[in-house]
Write a protein that binds this ligand. Structure first.
Ligand code: C2O
Ligand code: CU
Length: 491
């Protein structure tokens, strides 16, 4: 009996040993194959998902290069700017100093304002930002070669180098620009600014102000001011405020003392906006909300929620009321429906699923709880492949308990539904969609801007941790590469 038992125990021990080796081997393999090569191209990773559309034959290696998908190279520019990237110490209104990365020594960088139809030319000079810099025109659907993504559409501009962007301003609205090289660090440190495209014949507005919310070293600011900025303005004056959230997490604004209209979301006007009041405005990381009102006799406060930071109009000596917003602004039911170039009842050429999840695993050899897209950890994420002209449907699901502001470059998405409920108000176009924990959105877009486009979470820390993928047009290639030897590191 004893001998049999000893034998059984030995055999069991042996099996556990073998299983242990297998598990370790398997974990080792997961670690090994998660590592990114020193240098790689976005053409070479992920699994191509054609969304039920035709699969191109002969691969993607013939065709047009993103380097040839530039804006107009010739012709005199209508609006010309130079932005110099440099390290600088900036001083907030409270006197607090921040070691920042800046355009032209300030953060936010200079506000760029142009008119619709103008040919815009921006020269980027990098004075001393060691890791290199690019400029991405967030929300502006520029030609792919002007998109400013290091390692995808250009090389990072290293100290002493320059790069010239040229594109025609075709949309109207509130956008922003920021570095897309090591963006999780460079945007946080200050390399961003507002970019406003006015209509060709602007209507007169007494005060038209872009206000960028940003957190520097844990301190909330609005246009670099960490307190209330006060202004005097006569009652009856018209005001348009372009609220931008340049942080990665949602920011909320309250408007006290006046009714207001929500004119635009992510740079696209809403149809027939109606006056609202006491509604909290939530803006996705990277998103924009434009509001308008007529200055009343009493003071008005626009406050970054949960802070003492904001804009106070005619409030000298008046203390801000403590009333809080009673409701949350809901873009899915605001304004009136209108014709759109396509809608949920169209036949779609491709349908994609984009499901965000989280699980333990290795990201480039590092163990941890990782973000996943359709179950895979970067680079095992899908690449959505489309053909120019396709009408594309995407279902985005957030199966995590975090918020993800998903940003698609080069295209505006029409929101069709949220959690199964169709959008019932104005058409709602977005480039940065806040997807709360557990939410599911259906969106649609026309593939009308050939290139290789990023699609990522604009909580840029999440993007650097792998919550990033690409939309690729059939036949488009890129000569640029990501990785150590190239200096290019978009996230
Ligand atoms: Cu504003 Cu890819 O980013
Ligand atoms: Cu995220």
């Amino acid at each position: 009996m004893g001998a049999v038992r000893t034998y059984a125990l030995r055999a069991l021990g042996g099996l556990i040993g073998v299983a242990g080796v297998l598990v370790l081997g398997w974990i080792g393999w997961l670690w090994y194959e998660s590592r990114l090569p020193n240098t790689y191209g976005v053409m070479e990773y992920g699994s191509h998902d054609h969304g039920g559309g035709p699969v191109p034959r002969g691969g993607h290696h013939s065709g047009i290069s993103v380097a040839d998908l530039r804006g107009p190279r010739a012709g005199a520019a209508d609006a010309r700017f130079t932005l110099t990237a440099l390290n600088a110490t900036i001083r907030l209104a409270s006197g607090r100093e921040v070691e920042a990365l800046t355009f032209d020594g300030v953060s936010p960088g200079p506000e760029l304002r142009v008119r619709q139809g103008e040919l815009v030319e921006v020269t980027l000079l990098n004075e001393d930002v060691a890791q290199g810099v690019t400029i991405h025109w967030h929300g502006v659907d520029v030609p792919n070669g002007e998109d400013g993504v290091a390692g995808v559409t250009q090389n990072a501009v290293l100290p002493g180098q320059r790069h010239v962007y040229r594109f025609r301003a075709e949309q109207v609205g509130t956008f922003w620009y920021h570095s897309h090289q090591v963006s999780s660090r460079e945007v946080r440190r200050g390399l961003f600014g507002a970019f406003v495209i006015e209509p060709a014949q602007p209507t007169r507005i007494d005060l038209d102000l872009a206000l960028a919310a940003h957190t520097f070293d844990g301190v909330a600011t609005l246009n670099g001011n960490d307190g209330f900025q006060s202004r005097k303005i006569s009652s009856g004056a018209s005001v348009r405020l372009r609220l931008l959230n340049t942080d990665g997490t949602p920011r909320r604004f309250t408007v006290q003392g006046t009714q207001f209209l929500v004119l635009a979301l992510d740079g696209t006007d809403l149809n027939e906006p109606t006056l609202i009041e006491n509604e909290m405005l939530e803006i996705a990381g990277g998103g924009r909300v434009d509001i308008a009102f007529t200055v009343p006799l009493a003071p008005v406060w626009i406050t970054l929620a949960e802070t003492e930071v904001g804009l106070a109009l005619n409030a000298d000596g008046v203390t801000r009321p403590i009333t809080e917003a009673s409701a949350e602004f809901d873009p899915s039911s605001y304004g009136e429906p209108a014709e759109t170039p396509f809608n949920a009842s169209n036949r779609f050429d491709r349908r994609f699923e984009l499901t965000i999840g989280r699980r333990p695993g290795f990201l480039d050899g590092r163990p941890g709880l990782q973000w996943t897209i359709n179950g895979g950890i970067f680079p095992h994420v899908p690449v959505f492949v489309v053909r120019e002209g396709d009408l594309v449907h995407v279902t985005i699901t957030n199966d995590t308990d975090a918020v993800h502001p998903m940003h698609r470059h080069g295209h505006h998405l029409l929101v069709l539904s949220r959690d199964g409920a169709p959008v019932s108000g104005s058409p709602w176009w977005t480039d940065t969609l806040n997807i709360e924990a557990g939410e599911r959105y259906e969106v649609a877009f026309r593939a009308d801007n050939p290139g290789i486009w990023m699609d990522h979470c604009h909580n840029l820390r999440h993007a650097a941790d792998g919550l990033t993928m690409h939309l690729m047009y059939e036949g488009v290639t890129t000569p640029f590469k990501i990785g150590d030897t190239t200096h290019n590191e978009p996230e």
